[in-house]
Design a protein around this ligand. Structure first.
Ligand SMILES: [Cu+2]
Length: 392
């Protein structure tokens, strides 16, 4: 994208970037949606007032911790039970627009990412902690971005206060008042909202109850390992031979992408950014007897996770830890725009497939992962009584 002297001015550049949002197919709809979203975004939280000063002074007395972000499927280091009172948890996201390969056929997308991964990193805090996010949009990026936290309250989930053009950074603080797992995503306005989300710009936060997870009788649930699976739908345009189009820069696929998005038919539905990101050598690991927490998010589209050969021992399908978990489920539902959590204690060794149980989406589109579980086989739970052999 050519830079004019005007582009150096924040306001002109912002105007330019949001104008590009309305280019391409679906122009009218995009404009209508953009205008609606922009009107909402004009509402701003006060940046200087006696009440803000007082709040800042109170929060300044709280302990501060930095949370080191790690790429999914891993979780950052965290305590399952909070130590002490509420804290301010500092998190840093650097936005990276980058080309990613999605499958063995070499399909490519110019992904938009928080910290370079699809999905973005898992954040973990406890209820009533404050999340203080520094959002950095480096000059090397082409587009304006922001962030909407479904776990937060006010200002479009922070989306109204965090618009950053290339070369800008901002800091948002919000109080994590609801316990559960929640999606966050970029939402720059109008058609750019789904465009950024289906280019990978989403992730999840886990807000644990201060005294940890509990079953429906109030008994503690503890996990030995935690994994984060972010499901991503992509909408790549294909040529007459079924080859996906390739582009030289981020944003160049806008019109083509809008055209495919309008069909509601994804070209790819994958876990953690690409086909095979969590299978084979990248399989998630566990041991027999260990309890694993799996958080699964889908920022755009409904899904239905299933662990083949296992179960959901405790399932927070809607993601709210304030509600008792369901137990012993085969498949659970996660609504588009939400995250869900499940614990499972592995009882048998082997390779487990963890899939979106629309099996077309799992097998043909890519929504599958593996768990590699070590340990002793339990013959009481399952045995091969007779090997497959000719019928007598
Ligand atoms: Cu974005």
């Amino acid at each position: 994208m050519d830079k004019t002297p005007e582009d150096r001015q924040g306001v002109s550049r912002r105007a330019f970037l949001s104008t590009t949002a309305a280019v391409g197919s679906g122009l009218l709809v995009a404009e209508l949606a953009t205008n609606t979203a922009n009107a909402a975004q004009k509402m701003k939280a006060p940046t200087s007032s006696a009440s803000l000063k007082k709040t800042n002074e109170q929060i300044a007395k709280l302990p501060r911790v930095k949370q080191e972000m790690v790429a999914p499927p891993f979780f950052p280091k965290h305590d399952q039970i909070a130590k002490g009172g509420p804290k301010v948890v500092e998190v840093r996201f650097v936005i990276e627009e980058k080309k990613m390969v999605l499958d063995d056929e070499g399909a490519e997308v110019w992904a938009m990412t928080f910290n370079g991964s699809v999905p973005g990193p898992m954040i973990v805090v406890h209820q009533d902690d404050y999340v203080e996010l520094t959002l950095v949009n480096p000059e090397s990026n082409a587009m304006e971005h922001n962030i909407d936290f479904h776990s937060s309250t006010g200002a479009l989930g922070g989306g109204g206060l965090t618009h950053v053009s290339p070369g800008e950074e901002t800091i948002l603080r919000f109080k994590a008042t609801k316990a559960g797992v929640f999606v966050y995503h970029c939402a720059p306005g109008g058609a750019m909202i789904p465009y950024h989300v289906v280019h990978g710009m989403n992730g999840a936060i886990m807000v644990l109850p201060r005294d940890g997870l509990k079953d429906r009788d109030g008994k503690p649930i503890r996990y030995d390992r935690a994994y984060y699976v972010g499901e991503q739908d992509y909408y790549l345009k294909k040529d007459a031979d079924g080859e996906c189009f390739k582009y030289d820069t981020a944003g160049e696929d806008y019109a083509d992408s809008m055209e495919v998005m309008a069909t509601l038919t994804p070209s790819h539905i994958v876990f953690n950014g690409a086909v095979g990101a969590l299978t084979g050598d990248n399989a998630m690991k566990a041991k027999v007897g260990e309890t694993v927490l799996i958080v699964h998010s889908q920022a755009n589209r409904d899904t239905r996770p299933h662990l083949i050969g296992g179960h959901g021992d405790h399932v927070w399908s809607s993601g709210s830890f304030a509600d008792p978990p369901e137990t012993g489920l085969e498949t659970w539902f996660i609504a588009g725009g939400a995250a869900g959590a499940v614990t499972y204690t592995f009882l048998q060794p082997g390779l487990y497939a963890y899939v979106n149980h629309n099996l077309i989406e799992a097998v043909l589109k890519g929504a599958a992962a593996h768990f590699k579980v070590d340990g002793e086989w339990n013959n009481d739970l399952m045995a091969q009584v007779k090997k497959p052999s000719p019928i007598k």
